[in-house]
Each structure stands twice: as structure tokens, then as C-alpha cells.
Write a protein that binds this ligand. Structure first.
Ligand SMILES: *Cc1c(COP(=O)(O)O)cnc(C)c1O
Length: 397
């Protein structure tokens, strides 16, 4: 059968590919340490699970309205108010099947051929492909480790022209773990507003922040910022609910209504049971989120120290999320058994084969000569994985 150009040009998700390769090795009985995971290793809280079981027992198992029940929208509205003093109405909220689906709906509702959308790199793997599916052009704006992987305002200005429609911000960032202070954010957002751009702000890691970093949503900066921003969030990362598939958008009524139309002709409502569980997640006790963030903090400190003590690595100390994004430029050009390491894919394969450790190559996030290592795994795995990496790289010549 002939496939549409649309899918022929689509890349499979690189993070899912490395996970599949590691799983295949495991199935052969090889003990692989997986640092590829893009999800917390913690369980969904019991109160949330119980609410889902109640929903099933009470027969809340039918279609709901397309964009999420009023009760769930109210819980989201209350959360945005409680956490950030943001005010939204139900007509400004849409619940979808995970934040990935939220972003898909946003891009389909807003972009088409001729539009340019700025994506700062390193970026989350799905942004460029979702933009390309609309016919629009992703414009990659590189950020540098020397600037903590933050957008340089002058570089941002250089990317903007009369076709520029929007920018996708993601902070705390997957994969770098960088984030923005309120002042830094304001500089970036002001440039976008001056140029009439829409800001898609993916804030799914907002609860996983270290030290005295504070999360400020773009929409909280000013009335103008709120009007030009579609805020994206969800329960996958904060509440360890990746499998439940609930994400949401908050923003302009007309955009939300267009997204709802698209959703009504594609997935219909997100799972009724997951919606009930999400109400409990948002309205129930929140204390565990901080405890888990502290556990991530301990792991982060360990892994950054270990990596920086190994010759050849240099690792930026993340401000949030649960990934480190070390530079591997010290290994480029080296050899193992006559095979040259010429980039992040070679290095990732070397680590999988020789150290039996699975990581994701930086190039998957649009940044060569880096790796992403997820520390959403136990301290025991992290210690063993770091030992293995340290031993393996000593064999490079
Ligand atoms: C995990 C992730 C998402 C999507 O999460 P869902 O499970 O689809 O809600 C979106 N953006 C980033 C940056 C992520 O890491």
C-alpha cells in the first residue's frame, strides 16, 4: 500500500527505540541497566488508584463530554489558582489523552504550511515531528551549555521573521533540566509578544525543581502574556500517572474550542476512569510530590558528581526534571576495538554493548555530542550503572 508523505517523513520516537533495544537485550537474559526512561519510577499514589476503582464500581465507564468533565475542569482551574494565582474559566480548559496529545491538538489547531515555529534545542523529541505534521516548518534555536542551555535573547531575535508564528517553551526542560527565573523568562516572553507570537508553554515538570528555583508560568507574567500563551500541563510526571493518559491545555477560548472540535473527531474524551482519578490527584494530598522531588534531588547530586569525576564527561547540574545531559565531547574521536566513536549514536551503542547501560543519544534531542541519562530509577541501579560506565570508558583509546 502507498503511505502518505506525512508518515513517510515521520521519525519514530528515539527514546522509545532505545527502550525497545534495551528490552530486547533483557529478553535474551542480558542484564541491562536502563537510563532511558521518560517516566518516574514511583507508583501512582493509592488514593488516586482507589478513586479509579470507585469510578469503575460506580459505573463511571461511559463517554464523557469531549474536553473533560466540568468537575475535572474545576479541579484544574482550582490547581492553577492555588499554585500560581492564575484564573481560568471552563471554556479556556481542554483535557486530552496526555500532554503529548494536548500539544498535538494545539499544533493542529494553530499551524499550517508557511508558518514557522521556533523550537529551542535541546528539545523534547516530539515537537519537531508534531510541527512537521501540520505542514509548518520547525526552526531550531540552539542553546549552549555555557549559557545553562537557556535561550539567548539575541539568538532568539535572529530566528524571528514575518512567517514566525509561535515558540514552544519547555521548562524545567526535558532533556537538560534547565529552567528560567522570572526575570529571564520575562526577557524571552517580551521578545515573543513584541513580535505577535503565540507561546506554547509545556510546564509538565513544574513540580520537580531543585534548590531555590521557583516555577513561574509564562501566563502568570502579565495579562498580555496570558492572552498569547497556551499553557500545557498534565499528571504524568508530577503524580506518576504516565499510563493514565491525562494532560490539559489552558488558554484562549477560540483555540481551546478548535482543539475540542479536533478531539471530537479523533479520540473523543480522555478515559472516564482516568478523569476521576485525576480529580483526586489534583484535589487530594500533595505532600508526596515534594518528597519525591527530594529523592530525585539526592539521585541528581550523586549522578552529577560521579559523571564529573570521570575523565571525558562534563555534566551540567540540572535545576529540575529527572534527567542529566552530560557532554561527551571528551570521547569523540576515541576508539574501541578499532571502531571510532564519531558521535552520540556511536557512544550510545558502545555503552549498550560494552557497559550494558541504555542511555539516549543527544542527537535525538537536536544536540550532538551529548547524552540523556534519566535518573528515574533506583539509587542501586544508578550506582551500578555509573560503575559500569566508568569501567567501559576506560577501555577507549
Ligand atoms: C513526558 C512529557 C510530555 C508528555 O507527557 P504525557 O504523558 O503525554 O502527558 C510532554 N512534554 C514533555 C517535555 C515531557 O517530558
Amino acid at each position: 500500500m502507498k503511505l502518505a508523505n506525512r508518515v513517510q517523513n515521520l521519525k519514530p520516537s528515539a527514546t522509545l527505540a532505545i527502550t525497545a533495544k534495551a528490552k530486547a537485550l533483557k529478553a535474551e537474559g542480558i542484564d541491562v541497566i536502563g537510563f532511558g526512561a521518560g517516566e518516574p519510577d514511583f507508583d501512582t499514589p493509592d488514593n488516586v488508584k482507589d478513586e479509579a476503582i470507585n469510578a469503575i464500581n460506580e459505573g463511571f465507564t461511559k463517554y464523557t463530554v469531549v474536553g473533560g468533565t466540568d468537575e475535572l475542569k474545576d479541579a484544574i482551574i482550582a490547581t492553577l489558582k492555588r499554585d500560581h494565582n492564575l484564573s481560568y474559566e471552563r471554556s479556556e480548559i481542554l483535557v486530552s489523552c496526555g500532554a503529548k496529545h494536548t500539544i498535538y491538538n494545539i499544533t493542529q489547531a494553530l499551524f499550517e504550511a508557511g508558518d514557522e515555529v521556533i523550537i529551542p534545542a535541546p528539545y523534547w523529541v516530539s515537537y519537531p515531528d508534531q510541527i512537521m505534521l501540520t505542514g509548518a516548518t520547525p526552526v531550531i534555536l540552539q542553546t549552549e551549555e555555557s549559557n545553562k542551555f537557556k535561550i539567548d535573547p539575541e539568538e532568539l531575535r535572529k530566528c524571528i521573521n514575518s512567517n514566525t508564528s509561535a515558540i514552544i517553551l519547555n521548562y524545567p526542560s526535558n532533556p537538560t533540566g534547565t529552567t528560567y527565573s522570572e526575570d529571564e523568562l520575562r526577557v524571552i516572553v517580551d521578545i515573543c509578544l513584541e513580535n505577535g507570537m503565540t507561546i506554547i508553554s509545556d510546564e509538565i515538570y513544574e513540580k520537580i525543581l531543585y534548590g531555590d528555583n521557583v516555577h513561574v508560568p509564562v501566563a502568570a507574567l502579565s495579562k498580555e502574556a496570558r492572552e498569547s500563551t497556551i499553557l500545557v500541563n498534565g499528571v504524568s510526571k508530577s503524580y506518576s500517572m504516565t499510563g493514565w493518559r491525562i494532560g490539559y491545555a489552558a488558554g484562549d477560548k477560540e483555540v481551546i474550542s478548535a482543539m475540542s472540535k479536533l478531539q471530537g473527531q479523533s479520540t473523543s474524551n480522555p478515559t472516564s476512569i482516568s478523569q476521576m482519578a485525576t480529580i483526586e490527584a489534583l484535589n487530594g494530598p500533595q505532600g508526596f510530590i515534594n518528597e519525591r522531588a527530594q529523592e530525585f534531588h539526592r539521585r541528581k547530586n550523586y549522578i552529577v558528581t560521579r559523571l564529573n569525576s570521570i575523565d571525558g564527561f562534563s555534566c551540567f547540574d540540572p535545576l529540575g526534571a529527572f534527567y542529566v545531559f552530560p557532554s561527551i565531547s571528551g570521547f569523540i574521536g576515541k576508539e574501541f576495538n578499532g571502531k571510532k566513536i564519531s558521535g552520540s549514536i556511536d557512544f550510545t551503542e558502545f555503552l549498550l554493548e560494552e557497559a550494558k547501560v541504555a542511555v539516549v543519544p543527544g542527537i535525538a534531542f537536536g544536540k550532538e555530542d551529548y547524552l540523556r541519562i534519566s535518573y528515574a530509577t533506583s539509587m542501586k541501579n544508578i550506582e551500578e550503572g555509573m560503575d559500569r560506565i566508568e569501567r567501559a570508558v576506560k577501555q577507549l583509546t
